[in-house]
Design a protein around this ligand. Sequence first.
Ligand code: GLY
Length: 408
Amino acid sequence: MPVSALERARPPARDVVVVGGGIVGLAVAWRAAAAGLTVTVLDPSPGDGATRAAAGMLAAVSEADFGERELARLNLASAARWPAFTADLAAATGNDLPLLRAGSLAVAYDADDLALLRRVLALHREWGLASEEISVADARQSEPYLGPRLAGAARVDGDLAVDPRAVHAALLRALTRTPSGSVVRRAAAGLERDPGGRVVAVHDDDGARHAAGAVVLATGTGATPELLAGLPHVRVPVRPVKGITLRLDAGPELALEHVVRGTVQGRPVYVVPRGGGTGSGPGHREIVVGATSEERPDDRRAEAGRVFALLRDARALVPGIDEAALVDVTPRARPATPDNVPLVGETAAPGLLAAVGHGRNGVLLAPLTADAVVAAVTGGPSPDAALSAADPRRFAPAVDPAHEGAAR
Ligand code: GLY
């Protein structure tokens, strides 16, 4: 039966409408549906933002950085959720979603890179994170594909990795299979508030109104400022940090087993193998090389010089990538916040929640974000104390909403 214009314009009210169908938005929606809520995700092109570029390192320890202790706590809490998250998703879809469990090898190219690596290892010790300096010979014994000119190495056994594109595809499948879940391939054009100021619906760019008990912004670097134009007391300060990743198809002659990451004359680079079986033939595997990191918008341009530099540095660590085929070059921007901690939970506007600003850790933080948002919507306890650092209201200006009116 054809859908009438009225039905199209007034789809049934949902418990939750998620704006944005990247890995974070879909994880929120899937976990919400699993909790018995009705959910719609709005996105014209789900998974085509930062998720598309992500390498899939679940590297809570290797990503720990100076001045980012709160973020490290969040990353650890979410990393612990990944095994159950992939197991549940695999059970819901029948998709195999293996976690790479070999850990990371952190390597240094020259003496200055080794000095930096040792400072990072000292930070790990101070924060109680598990890593261990090893000799280059020992590193090469566990990963024979390491290059000949390395100054030092360390093991980070707890790091995991996953294929984010496969996880995203599985989430989309799981959500659309669930009677209570749906994905509408339209962009959000505006938020509607009731006279009391509560956000009660999202209007899409096709003119349809999606009424919701709660609206979740999972917009990545998307059109959040436009959506929030009528809500001056809500601030979602997300900036784009552009990155380029490369995908290579490696044959059996490059059976890399560990994530290899390091600095080459001060430039960070990582090489992430898939567990095998995802490449284009027997013994082939996908290898992701990443990533550039620049404070600039999502122009979707892969500059030749930056691609060259990534490959040059990656082959200094793993020379065997020379023989792999370059099959994909993906420039996208990471959505980052002023303190690099994401915005997760209730905003200053009733009915509006945030799940944005995950920066370098969108894939890693997806399970914890999903559980936190579902808890906030259902009134359950916060799943982890570390989430207090991610309160979206920390950036809200001190205004009295009573003086602001309840504009629509
Ligand atoms: N998670 C690594 C990156 O954003 O490059």
